[in-house]
Design a protein around this ligand. Structure first.
Ligand code: PRP
Length: 214
């Protein structure tokens, strides 16, 4: 049975966390201890019955979909890759903004043969190229994608580009823009009904904090 008083917020560890914590603070939610100094994965907060989990971004949709977290905060890239409609996505926090792009070795013409595309975003890559009617082979990697074209494993990659420094450092250049990415709030559908007032007021406070950020 769902505890109607408890609200669990799942945050993405890493870069997103650094930007999300100040926003949450503006919305009145502060972890009871320093998340950075702890190896704990779930924290109490200044608000009774509000708990904060810190997990991998790709696990946030799973926790929210299954109701172990009421609210999740993660990147649009991850939400696009999961492609689920089993939770709501009510708010764009406009943080950790970047782009999903294809990238290939600088000045290298990609020949029209069947492209080999390396990515950790296999569904995004599949959808992008199939919408264009382009036949590709997708190679799933979990990180350091930039290596794949250098070593000849793939012709191009689909990856997150922020400053472009990682691409440049590896002799690659951004090519096609697939989507803009930013940090989003997702909400479990049952929680939205059962804990509507609590969630709605948090969403409003977060939206106000986003507006304040400009
Ligand atoms: C992302 C991405 C690139 C880098 C792009 O990796 O995969 O490697 O950031 O940023 P830039 O354009 O500013 O150089 P991230 O640091 O998120 O780590 P990851 O490999 O675990 O995804």
């Amino acid at each position: 049975m769902m505890d109607q008083n408890k609200l669990v917020i799942a945050l993405t560890k890493g870069r997103i966390l650094e930007e999300v914590l100040p926003l949450l603070q503006k919305a009145g939610v502060v972890p009871a201890e320093d998340i950075h100094k702890s190896r704990k994965l779930i924290f109490d907060s200044n608000i009774e019955d509000v708990q904060i989990m810190v997990i991998r971004g790709s696990d946030v949709p799973t926790y929210v979909e299954l109701g172990s977290a009421d609210i999740g905060i993660t990147g649009k890239d991850i939400l696009m890759e999961v492609g689920s409609d089993s939770y709501y996505e009510p708010l764009d926090l406009k943080l950790a903004t970047c782009r999903l792009m294809t990238a290939a070795p600088v000045d290298q013409t990609i020949t029209p043969k069947r492209l080999r595309v390396a990515s950790k975003f296999v569904n995004i890559a599949k959808n992008y190229f199939s919408e264009q009617g382009r036949q590709v082979d997708i190679i799933k990697l979990n990180g350091a994608l930039e290596l794949a074209p250098i070593i000849g494993l793939a012709d191009c990659i689909v990856d997150i580009v922020d400053t472009g420094n990682t691409l440049m450092a590896n002799g690659l250049e951004p090519r096609e823009h697939i989507a803009d990415v930013s940090t989003r709030v997702i909400v479990n559908k049952a929680s939205m009904k059962m804990k509507h007032d609590k969630i709605q007021s948090l969403l409003e406070l977060l939206a106000a904090a986003v507006a304040e950020n400009g």
